[in-house]
Write a protein that binds this ligand. Structure first.
Ligand code: VG1
Ligand code: CO
Length: 542
């Protein structure tokens, strides 16, 4: 039976870079999740007669939230809800399901790389019919609804058994529990040369994949070990746990330290990889060779044609603004266009839909292509495997070859986490005020050539997004970018992104922080980080 329940508007909870994130306990408050879900349904123009994909990364409260959302979908007269078995769907797999099944929308439960648990973080993302994150027009509408709605619709029904595949009905709605891996694995087979990768593993190639006790475990085990013949034990931390084993499921050298240690040991395997909470990020590390996400994007762009799915070449590439300009250099050499978008995958959707870009990436370890409309961690690992198999080079050799051809953009991001929000906003405001006077100013032996607050106009629908981060550019040689995170749940996080170009191979230096120290000093003198935030050093440097 359908019921209308009174609810209170939730204020001040605007969806950020990637959906709504908050403390798990906030989502568990009566009406909080329900309010956001109903607001999302309303913003989609209602879900009556529509089909939805639903799943999450398995974190604490995942299954409970799924039961609530299924009942709300029925209360809102949805035609069908496709839900992953045990409530599991990685973000890229959910995107694939929406596209393969022609669904109208998707709801993904994840706070991505944020820790999970009753005292940690939870999140909800709404995706649209192209499989991608809802664009700002929709997330703005969701926000408006959350502040005004007073009722939500639900359906009185028993919980659904999410362990059994198959269909059941809940009022007007068909609930279909599906294997979370099947369609995703099928899609991967169409893109890559599995025979070549299989032959490489059969020839003794070794890799390690750290699933960080998050959602990619089942996907990586099925594909790498099951289909491609990687040795048993290649995938570790493979069981999704509600608290990710107490870890921080963010695939970077800091949080994937166990993998990093192995990859820099004497008997390191050829390839190491890791993925995040919801499976959309990837880290790539070769034997004794860490590949920055910006370099990975550039190397994939330069070599993608070696995989069957991209044999005709790329229509174009796109990167988020703080991502290094390494991929632009590849695009220029290939004679294809390169787009610069604000941070967040939703900004790539139109470029992919209209075939202006085939490959997209972010410095935060997100890369993907037009096969889905989300970033895709395991996809990036498979493309790397395909390229290594085709070229017969090690990761380190491939990167040396890449840098000697295109030059090298040294890159690092410094994060100041959990800082006072007002102080962080004051820092950004002071920096913005300075921008007009900066061009022409010499700083530490470099000269500022341009300084602005990034504003983006979507080339397809003409929508604009302003205040997307401060860029301070030193010609083609270097850049410093400042922005505040839109995914945190406590205080604010300042991100400082630095890059420096070097095209002389004799000047290579594996100590990236040393290479960039002149820019870190410039960032400090430009923004007064220490003074504003009362912090001596960043919390995380990646
Ligand atoms: C961060 C990253 C951004 C990424 C976003 C979502 O956002 O910087 O590149 O798209 O997380 O990633 P922010 O606003 O905190 O910098 V995830 O793996 O949610 O889905
Ligand atoms: Co993620």
């Amino acid at each position: 039976m359908t019921k209308t329940i009174d609810t209170q508007p939730i204020s001040g909870q605007r969806p950020g870079t990637s959906g709504l994130r908050a403390k798990t306990r906030a989502f568990m408050e009566p009406g909080y999740l329900e309010n956001f879900i109903q607001a999302g349904f309303n913003a989609l123009g209602g879900v009556e007669g529509k089909s939805l994909v639903l799943g999450g990364d398995g974190r604490f409260y995942n299954e409970r939230a799924i039961q609530i959302i299924m009942k709300m979908a029925a209360g809102n007269k949805a035609a069908r809800v496709v839900v992953g078995r045990e409530g599991i769907l990685s973000t890229p797999a959910a995107s694939a399901e929406i596209r393969v099944r022609g669904c109208d929308a998707g709801i993904i439960l994840s706070a991505s790389h944020n820790p999970g648990g009753e005292n940690e973080d939870f999140g909800v993302k709404f995706n649209i019919s192209n499989g991608g994150p809802a664009p700002e027009s929709v997330t703005d509408a969701i926000y408006e609804f959350t502040t005004t709605i007073t009722t939500y619709q639900t359906h009185d029904a028993d919980d659904v058994d999410l362990s059994a595949l198959g269909e059941s009905s809940m009022g007007p709605t068909v609930i279909e529990v599906v294997d979370p891996v099947e369609n995703y694995a099928k899609l991967m087979r169409t893109l890559f040369d599995y025979d070549a990768i299989r032959a490489m593993f059969a020839g003794g190639f070794k890799m390690r994949f750290d699933a960080m006790h998050a959602v990619t475990g089942p996907y990586a085990s099925a594909i790498l070990e099951g289909e491609l013949g990687a040795a048993a034990g290649t995938v570790f931390n493979g069981k999704p746990l509600p608290d990710f084993g107490g870890g921080h499921p963010d695939p970077n050298p800091v949080h994937a330290h166990q993998l990093m240690k192995e990859m820099f040991s004497a008997d390191a395997p050829e390839l190491g990889a890791a993925s995040d909470g919801d499976g959309d990020r990837n880290m790539i590390v070769g034997r004794h060779c860490y590949v920055t996400p910006s370099d990975s994007l550039a190397a994939l762009a330069a070599n993608a044609h070696l995989a069957p799915g991209y044999a005709d070449g790329l229509a174009g590439v796109a990167r988020s603004m703080p991502t290094s300009r390494a991929v632009d250099r590849v695009a220029q050499a290939l004679g294809i266009s390169a787009f610069e978008t604000p941070t967040g995958w939703k900004f790539f959707g139109n470029l992919l839909d209209t075939n202006k870009a085939t490959l997209c990436g972010e410095e935060s370890a997100g890369t993907s292509s037009n096969h889905v409309r989300e970033k895709d961690g395991l996809w990036a690992v498979l493309l790397w495997l395909n390229i290594l198999a085709a070229r017969g080079l090690s990761v380190a050799e491939l990167m040396q070859d890449h840098w000697s051809r295109f030059g090298r953009d040294y890159y690092s991001r410094h994060d100041y986490e959990g800082v006072d929000k007002a102080a962080a906003e004051a820092l950004m405001a002071a920096l913005r005020d300075k921008l007009p006077e900066l061009p022409g100013t010499p700083i530490n032996g470099m000269t500022v050539t341009a300084a602005d607050d990034f504003s983006y106009t979507d080339p397809v629908d003409g929508s604009t997004s302003a205040k997307q981060g401060v860029r301070i550019v030193f010609g083609d040689m270097a850049r410093v970018v400042f922005r505040l995170s839109g995914t945190g749940t406590v205080g604010a996080t300042l991100r400082v992104y630095m890059e420096k170009f070097e095209d002389d191979p004799s000047q290579q230096n594996e100590d990236t922080q040393q290479m960039l120290s002149v820019l870190a000093d410039a960032a400090q003198s430009l923004a007064g980080i220490k003074e504003h935030l009362s912090r001596d050093a960043p919390d995380v440097m990646t």
